[in-house]
Design a protein around this ligand. Structure first.
Ligand code: PEP
Ligand code: MG
Length: 570
């Protein structure tokens, strides 16, 4: 039995067999072949095996993920049957007496280089298809199994180096019971997705991929951040009990689903949910969300091959607004970049993507993308209580430019005779320290702030939110972070505006008492954290928490803050 420590990224316990989602070793040696006809036949057999494998994957993807996601596999099947690729490979085996692996790789590499150099998006995509197909055929030539997550048909725990947000979005909730990764932190987007899908997860274990083999029994303890590999039957039994206790605890919290969030001394705060797609609304309702405090619209743009149209976006925004029945819905405009990539935008690779051309910076330059989104939002605005916020605002000029573009699109729509809500509150994410420091000036012009601590912490501490080696610095309870949060809340209140928080800190048990004391108005978090936070706030006196906040803001270290909070909420 082996044990790994990591970061508890999504609550709950999962016990199942491991499924490794890792790149297999497809290396080979170039060899001289005597019997070239037998080698050509071996190549053709590998092609046939790859075809039937791809057909099965495509059929499964059609059912589980829909026809548009399955279409990519049709494209791969076409490449597999293409004589323009296969003939030169077979010729190479015959005329150069080389093994099938090297004939395939050398020919495919030549086509990939050729297509990639073309100034045409369609051809560039073909290069990606050829690369994928080559990998699959090579795996059959080498008798190595490629991971096929869409073919999973039994309960598993996914083990990976890292999961991209789009990998996570494609996990089938029915079979994927949990996941664990080598890298990542509590606020990496795979962790955020895991919470919204309610899949227990432990990230940042450093060595899960090396320590765990396919088929090992694994326990993912998303409450403590532990992973147990091939546990003893006694430990499995203990964990079944912990799982049951956790389910019972959740049933207790569930009784608060229709209650308002009011402290013992009668102060009301709003507990809202962070969502990524209209589907997440079920979780918001099941967990008693009082609104949507952050709709991360970038998921609409991911896992596809081109930008979503204005109408596609309109449908999604309208669905969320209607689904929330007039409750507040804060939609964040496109926040792409960092760990959220859009391959089809074909942006140059950057040295520091988290500090680069992303979010509002990209939207203000590529205005066609931004304007399409704003039009969709404005058109949807009459279907509920829409608030719009811009991500990664660093200067007042950026806010003013974004606001002016929104106003222009509004006027255009009105002149076209379209309906737009009279009043749409307009706010910003405060996730860059410069904005927190200048919050008093921003507060004069915005309608609200939403503090994005996931990024604010990483930029303030200069500690990558994805990197577990610097996670000791990435601490929401650092007095420096608390001071910035206080500045933002005070600045909003001084101008009669409201301040929310949509970073993961808003649902953190240790942070919530301090945030209540600092006067935060709206706490937006993963839906699954709402009921626990409500139960906590109902047991606190706001006036006591004000004293606690005043005390911790003047402390020197994170551990002093944690101790003071623990003492205060005992
Ligand atoms: C944040 O930075 O706190 C935030 C909510 O945005 P994201 O996690 O999407 O960067
Ligand atoms: Mg952010």
């Amino acid at each position: 039995m082996t044990f790994l420590n990591g970061i508890a990224a999504s609550n709950g316990i999962a016990i199942a067999k491991a499924y490794l989602l890792v790149e297999p070793d497809l290396s080979f040696d170039k060899k001289t072949i005597e019997d070239t006809s037998a080698e050509v036949e071996r190549y053709q057999q590998a092609i046939e095996k790859a075809k039937s494998e791809l057909e099965a994957i495509r059929d499964r993807a059609k059912v589980d993920l829909g026809p548009d996601k399955a279409a990519i596999f049709d494209a791969h099947l076409l490449v597999l049957s293409d004589p323009e690729l296969n003939n030169p490979i077979e010729d190479k085996i015959k005329t150069e007496n080389v093994n099938a692996e090297s004939a395939l790789k050398e020919t495919a590499d030549m086509f990939v280089t050729m297509f990639e150099q073309m100034d045409n998006e369609y051809m560039k995509e073909r290069a990606a298809d050829i690369r994928d197909v080559t990998k699959r055929v090579l795996s059959h030539l080498l008798n190595v199994q490629l991971p096929n997550p869409s073919m999973i048909a039994e309960e598993v725990i996914i083990v990976a180096e890292d999961l991209t947000p789009s990998d996570t979005a494609q996990l089938n909730r029915k079979f994927v019971k949990g996941f664990t990764t080598n890298i990542g932190g509590r606020t990496s987007h795979s962790a955020i997705m895991a919470r919204s899908l309610e899949i227990p997860a432990v990230v940042g274990t450093k060595t899960a991929v090396e320590e765990i083999n396919n088929g090992d029994l694994v326990i993912v303890d998303g409450l403590k951040g532990e992973v147990h590999i091939n546990p003893t039957p006694e430990l499995v039994e203990q964990y079944r009990k912990i799982h049951q206790d956790y389910e019972n605890q959740k049933a207790e919290w569930a009784k608060l689903v229709n209650e308002a969030t009011v402290s013992k001394d009668g102060h009301h705060v709003e507990l809202a949910a962070n969502i990524g797609t209209p589907n997440d609304l079920n979780g918001v309702k099941a967990n008693g969300g009082e609104g949507v405090g952050l709709y991360r619209t970038e998921f609409l743009y991911m896992g596809r091959e081109q930008l979503p149209t204005e109408d596609e976006q309109f449908d999604a925004y309208k669905a969320v607004l209607e689904g929330m029945d007039g409750k507040s819905v804060v939609v964040r405009t496109l926040d792409i970049g960092g760990d959220k990539e859009l391959p089809y935008l074909d942006l140059p690779k950057e040295m520091n993507p988290f500090l680069g051309f992303r979010a509002i910076r990209l939207c203000l330059e590529q205005q066609d993308i931004f304007r399409t989104q704003l039009r969709a939002l404005l058109r949807a605005s009459t279907f509920g209580n829409l608030k719009i916020m811009f991500p990664m605002i660093a200067t007042l000029d950026e806010f003013r430019s974004a606001k002016a573009i929104l106003e222009e699109e509004k006027q255009k729509l009105l002149s076209e005779g379209q309906k737009v809500a009279d009043k749409i509150e307009l706010g910003i994410m405060v996730e860059i320290p410069s904005t927190a420091v200048l919050a008093d000036q921003f507060a004069k012009e915005v309608d609200f702030f939403s503090i994005g601590t996931n990024d604010l912490i990483q930029y303030t501490m200069a500690a990558d939110r994805m990197n577990q080696r610097v996670s000791y610095l990435y601490q929401p309870y650092s007095p420096s972070i608390l001071r910035l949060v206080k500045m933002v809340i005070d600045a909003a209140h001084a101008e009669g505006k409201w301040a929310g928080m949509c970073g993961e800190m808003a649902g953190d048990e240790t942070a919530v008492p301090v945030l209540l004391g600092l006067g935060l108005d709206e706490f937006s978090m993963s839906a699954t954290s709402i009921l626990k936070a409500r139960s906590l706030i109902k047991n606190l006196n706001k006036s006591d928490m004000e004293n606690l906040a005043a005390e911790v803001i003047n402390m020197q270290t994170t551990s002093q803050v944690v101790d003071a909070v623990n003492k205060a909420i005992q």
